[in-house]
Write a protein that binds this ligand. Structure first.
Ligand code: ATP
Ligand code: MG
Length: 256
């Protein structure tokens, strides 16, 4: 079992979006996957899967009132462990016991993906202590990349292997940092470049991950390619000639 943390430093760059879509693609490839909301005080993971109002969440596990399997809600084969929507329910919750519980209760899983909190506070550090590998999400701007520098330094000092950078919400504009520039600044490879797409917002409004809402669009294919890095096979939706033309046009249009 591999524990992969999705980190950023800066808030709102797409951690929960990447974590949830990656989990669905792993599941489609037949992997056993659990995605856990470690952003306990400002949770969003449940919203991406329509589990935000479920009474059972990670705080029940951390308080010893439930087992992880009891709060892992099934979404198309993905086990989703949400955090509470009520911040008072998360007050004072300590994530430090979670690693032991994951190792014990999720031993049969192939992947456990941690959706982490922005910033470098207690919640982020607890998640960093739990994971073996990290994906860093950044948008192609100096503020997000500056926070990625900070995050990479902290994670590196804690012995976490950085798999690479996911550049998200890319418009393809000249003023944005290019992936080459981001690689030069962060000294880590860019492992996926995901375009800005309103489809993510449409999918969120329906509370389903984009790879389910629109499996054959450019951002979905990028997420499939990202997931393929972690398994021995290429995971890709089957594309008909019409899909290929649509994706070709999507690529062309974003470079305008
Ligand atoms: N490639 C994209 N194109 C357009 N919108 C996107 C993209 N990726 C994510 N979003 C949208 O950006 C918003 C923030 O995304 P998300 O919640 O995943 O970020 P986050 O890093 O997890 O935020 P937080 O730091 O608050 O946890 C959401 O509305 C999401 O749908
Ligand atoms: Mg989030």
């Amino acid at each position: 079992m591999e524990i992969i943390g999705v980190f950023s430093g800066k808030g709102g760059v797409g951690k929960t979006t990447i974590a949830s879509n990656l989990a669905v693609v792993f599941s489609k490839a037949g992997k056993r996957v659990c995605v856990v909301d470690c952003n306990v005080t400002a949770s969003h993971l449940g919203l991406h899967f329509n589990f935000h109002l479920t009474p059972l969440s990670i705080t029940h596990v951390l308080n010893g009132r439930a087992e992880l399997v009891d709060v892992a809600h099934n979404f198309e084969g993905v086990s989703v462990v949400p955090a509470p929507i009520d911040p008072y329910e998360a007050h004072g919750v300590d994530l430090s016991s979670l690693k032991k519980l994951i190792k014990k209760e999720l031993v049969n899983y192939d992947f456990v993906i941690l959706d982490t909190a922005p910033g470098f506070g207690r919640e982020m550090l607890s998640a960093a202590e739990m994971c073996e590998k990290a994906i860093i999400v950044s948008t192609p701007d100096i503020a997000a990349v500056t926070d990625a520098v900070r995050g990479i330094r902290i994670l590196g000092d804690m012995g976490v292997e950085i798999e690479g950078i996911v550049l998200n919400k890319v418009f393809g504009k000249k003023f944005e940092l290019s992936s080459g520039e981001v690689e030069a600044i962060l000294e880590k490879p860019v492992i996926a470049e995901i375009p800005f797409s309103l489809k993510f917002l449409e999918a969120l409004s329906l509370r389903i991950p984009l790879v389910i809402y629109s499996e054959k669009c450019l951002p979905s294919l990028e997420i499939h390619a990202l997931a393929s890095r972690f398994v021995e096979e290429k995971i890709y939706p089957e594309l008909g000639p019409g899909d290929k033309i649509k994706i070709f046009l999507e690529k062309k249009l974003r470079n305008l």
